[in-house]
Write a protein that binds this ligand. Structure first.
Ligand code: SF4
Length: 400
């Protein structure tokens, strides 16, 4: 967006890429817009992203806003040119009609340490708490050849690690000819970019892991031994009310199967606390899942009703109960992470150095490096884990 705006002569514009995931995110977006207008009186303020896509009129009505651009239009040079010529104030089309594949996503971005490669956008599911499909539209995939070429470019530019991302990444391929599965793409990237040091997957849906993906995850050393599962709840009834596509037993079985084949694999997970109708017993099932699935890193989301979603019309729990359950889940997650980091003391691994004297092990454990052993971001460092400080491991370089 920055590049397209610059090419259209709008290098000074303030672009707000809005988030719609909760009502609070939308409220904060509006606040940011007002602040941007105050701080940049002469510049054009352009709003795009999911909140703008879902409710363009509400943003267009704000006097601080010069233009609203939809999620598909924001990557279209013509939309920016039209905006520069002041011919357009609102350019937001029906994202549900967007069908073109996502090849234009594929430049990749990141810092020296890690590049992100978006291989998929949009989502065909309708989880009852989630507004994302209305902002991002139907699932679209980047064709294999484009993804491999982009991975090669990122490696040539010096990135040691590539993280594959997408809104619903495991549905990659469903809109392409022959409906290939994600495992095929992962294999093609690894084979097509032989100098890539490490490939990491972002969040996956445990109901959608194909056999080839499982084989690569557990059998290919260049794939990071780390998987982030979108679990959301540990109660089958809640999972059903969320319209998720896995059960508690599926999640536990998947984690066990991954570890049986690759014991060093670490597992991250998302859980929502206090989904509508969640009883104490159902909550205990979410809490228990952390240990049963052996979750090492946990992201907890206190449920907040998003208007426009089916879950917002279900019987809600009170805020204090939701906050208390979120706190208990977080405490259990922190204990699991601490125990995991403790188990790594003495462990030797190749880590990618990040900024600020930190590095990440292949299993995604963050490590703070001792002062005399810090390398430059993007370096591959052979490390020994020497201890732990809260939620971060301590380490020393063996090769510096
Ligand atoms: S899979 Fe569910 S939670 Fe994820 S983007 Fe799609 S609808 Fe939202």
């Amino acid at each position: 967006m920055r590049r397209l705006a610059g090419q259209a002569g709008l290098g000074d514009a303030v672009i707000i890429n809005s988030c719609a995931v909760t009502n609070e995110a939308v409220r904060q977006t509006r606040q940011q817009i007002r602040r941007a207008r105050r701080d940049n009186p002469g510049a054009k303020v352009v709003v795009t992203g999911c909140a703008a896509q879902i409710d363009a009129d509400a943003f267009a009505k704000m006097t601080e806003v010069d233009a609203v651009i939809g999620n598909a239009e924001k990557l279209d040079p013509a939309a920016w040119t039209a905006l520069a010529a002041s011919r357009m104030r609102v350019a937001v089309n029906d994202i549900m009609m967007v069908r073109e594949n996502a090849a234009h996503l594929i430049d990749g971005y990141g810092d020296r340490a890690r590049a992100f490669l978006q291989i998929q956008n949009g989502c065909d599911h309708r989880c009852t708490f989630c507004i994302i499909p209305y902002g991002r539209g139907p699932s679209r995939s980047v064709p294999i050849a484009d993804a491999v070429a982009a991975a090669r470019r990122l490696v040539a530019a010096g990135h040691a690690e590539i993280v594959l991302t997408g809104v619903d990444m495991t549905s990659w391929g469903q809109d392409l000819e022959g409906a290939p599965r994600l495992g095929l793409l992962v294999g093609a990237i690894l084979d097509g970019a032989p100098d890539l040091f490490r490939l990491r997957l972002s969040s996956v849906d445990c109901a959608e892991i194909d056999e080839a993906l499982f084989d690569r995850l557990t059998g290919d050393r260049r794939v990071a031994p780390y998987l982030h599962l979108s679990l959301q709840a540990g109660s089958n009834l809640i999972l059903k009310r969320m319209k998720r596509r896995h059960t508690r037993e599926d999640a536990i079985a998947l984690a066990a199967a991954l570890r049986a084949r690759r014991p060093e694999i670490a597992i991250g997970a998302d859980l929502i606390a206090g989904f509508p109708t969640e009883t104490d017993a159902m909550f205990e099932e979410s809490l228990g899942l952390i240990a049963e699935a052996g979750v090492n890193y946990l992201h907890v989301f206190p449920y907040s009703a998003r208007s426009g979603t089916p879950a917002a019309r279900m019987p809600q729990l009170n805020g204090a109960l939701i906050a208390d359950r979120a706190r208990r889940l977080r405490a259990a997650g922190e204990a699991a992470t601490s125990a995991f980091l403790d188990s790594l003391v003495g462990h030797i691994d190749d880590a990618v150095v990040e900024s600020g004297g930190r590095a990440r092990l292949s299993n995604f454990a963050p490590v703070r490096l001792s002062a005399n052993s810090i390398g430059a971001p993007g370096d591959i460092a052979r490390l020994r884990v020497t201890g732990r400080d809260g939620e971060i491991a301590l380490g020393e370089r063996l090769d510096a």
